[in-house]
Design a protein around this ligand. Structure first.
Ligand SMILES: *Cc1c(COP(=O)(O)O)cnc(C)c1O
Length: 385
């Protein structure tokens, strides 16, 4: 059988298992009210945690930055694509986080491939939480490094693996786990990294903007100093509402990535206007503490309501609040039933999450109102009872 002949059977198999994925076409701006196929839906599934993706000030910043910088960046950063806007954003991010330098990447996926692909060599070992984001796993594979995955948040397991690991060592973990919403045991990760001379990398895609003083993220929230996590990565397409990602750390780290990271070097720079827009969004993110406070209040309201309904929640204090029916088919049925009531909540199924832990991944945004949470709870009561 040739390569392409097997596709049809594979697709049918996925459909039969309830694992078939489909895209929804959204009309109009991202937000808690989404227009899909002519219907207005109340959405609980985006990562736009602070409600900035369609904020009028951010949108206006994009328009005026586009008039100033145009649209395309024209080339990679090392050719002629690195603009004043990119440079200023990098400096502002480094300043804000108290790191020496920061480096922009076009996406978080590319940032992780770049960091792991650059720092690790064959013979090195990278230890990762079993629930780490796919891009961290792919980065380890790209580097042909040994990848050891420890049971979720199990520091005893990590310690045993560190003891037996060969080559130079890296520990890489999500700061906030994207599908569970819990925060990594950061102080223990830091202590183990110190004790075993391992480089610690934290991917704070879901913590940046949401947790910590002024939104500095999970590392700050855990009381660690910037230097305690020498490789700090976060994304700009979630709480900041724009797109892209950055790595923050020492001058040597950033210079090394500029010299060697293939996903930095061999790609066109993100539009300068987008970097300029992110500067505006960063200022709003830092200044508007009420967004983080409102988000926490929504989360508390949801958890209290869901607990009184007897729903199975996870140990999460972040805006990621999964509800777990367990079976992929049931998760899908709940999601469909919510949809028929005008609520958009995606079912997350294997292989994104482990077998038997299919879930509704509910996320909250500062743009939600308390009445939205109540509507969700009422619908869940009807659907999941
Ligand atoms: C979203 C995400 C990424 C990828 O970032 P993109 O900018 O969307 O490519 C990386 N790591 C984690 C933990 C994420 O949630």
């Amino acid at each position: 059988m040739s390569l392409l002949d097997g596709l049809q059977a594979d697709l049918r198999e996925r459909q039969a298992q309830g694992l078939y994925r489909q895209r929804r076409v959204v009309d109009g701006p991202q937000g808690v009210q989404l227009k899909v196929g002519g219907r207005e839906l109340l959405s609980f599934c985006s990562n736009d945690y602070l409600g900035l993706a369609a904020d009028p000030r951010v949108a206006e910043a994009m328009c005026s930055a586009t008039r100033r910088y145009g649209v395309g960046s024209g080339a990679a950063h090392l050719i002629s694509g690195h603009s004043q806007a990119h440079h200023a954003l990098e400096e502002e991010l480094a300043d804000f986080l108290g790191c020496e330098r920061a480096l922009l990447f076009s996406t978080g996926y590319m940032a992780n491939l770049g960091v792991l692909g650059t720092l690790l060599e064959r013979g090195d070992t990278v230890l990762q939480d079993r629930l780490d984001h796919a891009s961290l796993i792919d980065g380890a594979q790209l580097a042909a490094a040994r990848l050891r995955r420890y049971a979720h948040a199990d520091m005893g397991a990590l310690e045993r693996m560190l003891g037996g690991a060969g080559g130079r060592l890296m520990i890489a973990s999500d700061g906030v786990f994207s599908m569970d919403g819990d925060v990594a045991p950061l102080d223990e990760l830091h202590a183990l990294a110190q004790r075993h001379d391992a480089a610690l990398m934290i991917d704070d895609a879901h913590g940046f903007g949401v947790l910590g003083e002024q939104g500095r993220g999970s590392i700050d929230a855990a009381g660690l100093a910037p230097g305690d996590v020498p490789i700090h990565m976060a994304t700009l397409g979630k709480a900041l509402g724009t797109a892209g990602a950055f790595v923050a750390g020492s001058d040597e780290l950033i210079e090394t990535l500029i010299q060697k990271a293939r996903s930095y070097i061999y790609t066109t720079a993100m539009p300068a206007a987008l970097a300029e827009t992110t500067r505006a969004s960063l200022r709003i993110m830092i200044g508007e503490q009420w967004r983080r406070e409102h988000l926490q209040a929504l989360v508390a309201r949801f958890r209290a309501g869901a607990e009184s309904l007897g729903l199975s929640l996870m140990d999460s204090r972040t805006p990621i609040q999964p509800v777990l029916p367990g079976e992929a088919q049931v998760a899908l049925e709940w999601s469909d039933a919510l949809l028929s009531r005008g609520l958009l909540v995606t079912a997350i199924r294997p292989p994104t999450v482990p077998q038997g832990s299919a879930r509704l991944r509910i996320t909250f945004s500062a743009a939600h109102e308390e009445a939205h949470v109540d509507r969700l709870l009422e619908a869940l009561q009807a659907v999941a009872a």
